[in-house]
Write a protein that binds this ligand. Structure first.
Ligand code: CA
Length: 534
């Protein structure tokens, strides 16, 4: 008998070959994987972005691949694409808003006339602050000219704000990336919605300065801004900050070394600005062990409702924790500070709280962390230091914290002994996975491990880039072999950690699911899927 099955079997195929008639394609690592559909790719792009590329793909190639997938979504269903962009952007499920702005610009450029109109009409929902608007304008200029619809849309962005809101935008987000309000207002040229708008437009565009204040009083915030620019002293600034909520961006830089100024700013400081300025506030002496300001910061970091409202993304909390606790910045070791322990601990708690509360599935779960070499390339959402490997380790702890019955193991082309636990602080976890040596990739190992040991699991959760190639059986086949041997209909969740096209989940198997790493909705989605509630 010729042993055909040695060469062509659907149950056991080396990862360097496709599973027969499965639709698998070559991945970047010399193995075969499936590809996700364009809608999942859209989610991956919106949440993970393409900044920094991956281990295998340059930023340029990754961006092109993602943009092409987004355009295919737009052509298939423009309104659905826009709805998804808005949903991910507004709920703060993504660490950064740039991919959403870029995708919306694609909708306004490559959609049907209706889709283009809808994209421009929804601009204020995705571009919520001046910087967002400038980024959108930068992106869209790469695809199309202004035209009447664009002018109207940008004009509405300005006119729909109250004079106070508008003044804040003009002061706080003056100019970014080659764009200023002056440029945008000159191109959009809106008919002012009120006399106060007219005054602010004149002020921002510096046209006919003698016209300023012709018909309206400047908003109080603008007056305060002008005053603090004229008299740059803490004595003048502190009461103005308190009374008018002057933001940090409004202040002359020489004031930003004064603890009294920071103390006043802290009162109304948005959460993201707060975690970004922890080092500065420590350096100027405001945050110190047991100081009132430290207590305030700690209290806010443990306030889940506040975190939710601020849309503070957990990966930004993680990045802030890793930087703050080391006592020196990424750019220079010269500007160091003594991290306040209470603040570090509160950042650790805020990371978990920022994911919201997932209701656990209560099932038996094996988490497999891909710690192979490729997971050390690129950065999640362009955040310095957040490699897919470091990010996955932190992410796995979120599930460990909510589910009662979890085993975590790490693998490359073999199992990698690591010990990480919920009781460790995240920066220790980051350190312990950062030092793992490079290795190949066999994503089937968690299932093989559980099969060989007779481990009872209802679900395998694998955090990976799906660039698997090493093993002599595909992960999906290893899962089927596990189900057969153990008599458990175990599920598989693939947590995609980079915005490439690949997945080890068989798209025809309804018990396998693709989710996107660091989507804040993911812990709940995973628990619902594992618990059979989806
Ligand atoms: Ca790899």
């Amino acid at each position: 008998m010729q042993r055909f099955l040695r060469h062509f079997s659907a149950k056991r195929t080396p990862q360097g070959l496709p599973i027969p008639a499965s639709g698998q394609v070559p991945n970047n690592a010399g193995g075969y994987s499936w590809t996700v559909d364009d809608w999942t790719q859209l989610d991956r792009f919106l949440i993970l972005g393409s900044e920094g590329g991956t281990y295998y793909a340059t930023e340029g190639r990754l961006t092109r691949e993602n943009a092409e997938a987004v355009v295919r979504c737009i052509q298939a269903d423009g309104p659905r694409t826009i709805a998804r962009i808005i949903e991910i952007s507004e709920t703060g499920r993504a660490p950064k808003n740039d991919p959403a702005l870029f995708a919306l610009a694609l909708c306004a450029a490559y959609g049907s006339p209706e889709t283009k109109g809808l994209a421009l009409a929804k601009l204020p929902q995705v571009a919520r602050i001046g910087t967002h608007l400038f980024h959108f304008l930068t992106y869209i200029e790469g695809f199309r000219g202004w035209g009447r619809a664009m002018r109207r849309s940008v004009g509405t962005w300005y006119n729909s704000k109250t004079p106070d809101q508008l003044a804040l935008q003009l002061i706080k987000y003056g100019a970014r990336d080659g764009w200023s309000h002056r440029d945008a207002l000159r191109l959009a040229h809106p008919v002012p919605a009120s006399a106060a708008h007219e005054l602010l437009y004149h002020w921002a565009t510096k046209e006919e300065p003698e016209k300023q204040g012709l018909e309206a009083e400047p908003p109080e915030l603008l007056k305060a801004y002008l005053q603090v620019r004229e008299q740059a002293s803490a004595e003048v600034a502190v009461p103005l900050i308190r009374r008018h909520r002057l933001p940090r961006e409004a202040l002359p830089t020489e004031l930003l070394t004064d603890a009294r100024v920071w103390e006043a700013l802290l009162d109304e400081m948005p959460m993201e600005a707060m975690i970004r300025n922890l080092a500065t506030m420590t350096r100027v002496g405001l945050l110190a062990p047991m100081s009132a300001a430290s207590r305030l910061v700690v209290e806010r970091l443990r306030d889940q409702e506040r975190l939710r409202k601020a849309r503070l993304h957990p990966i930004k909390v993680l990045a802030a924790l890793v930087t703050y606790q080391q006592g020196f910045g990424m750019r220079s070791r010269e500007s160091s500070w003594n991290p306040v322990t209470e603040v570090v601990d509160a950042l650790n708690d805020a990371f978990y709280l920022a994911f919201g509360n997932a209701s656990p599935s209560g099932k038996r779960i094996v988490i497999g962390l891909d710690v192979s070499g490729s997971m050390d390339g690129g950065v999640v959402a362009g955040i310095p230091g957040m490699t897919p490997r470091v990010a996955s380790a932190a992410l796995s702890l979120v599930m460990t914290a909510t589910e009662p019955d979890v085993t975590t193991l790490a693998f490359s082309d073999q199992l990698v002994p690591i010990s990480i636990s919920r009781s460790q602080r995240l920066d220790d976890v980051v350190k312990s996975v950062s030092g793992i040596p490079f290795g190949g990739t066999d994503c089937a190992l968690p299932m093989i491990w559980a099969t060989e040991r007779g481990i009872k699991a209802d679900a395998f959760v694998i955090l990976t880039d799906s660039e698997t190639w090493f093993g002599d059986i595909h992960p999906a086949q290893a899962l089927r072999a596990y189900r057969e041997k153990m008599g458990i209909p175990a599920k598989l969740i693939v947590v995609g950690m980079v915005a490439n096209r690949f997945t080890i989940a068989d798209p025809t198997d309804r018990a396998m699911l693709d989710v996107v790493g660091f989507d804040t909705a993911v812990p709940q989605i995973m628990a619902d899927f594992i618990g059979g509630r989806l």
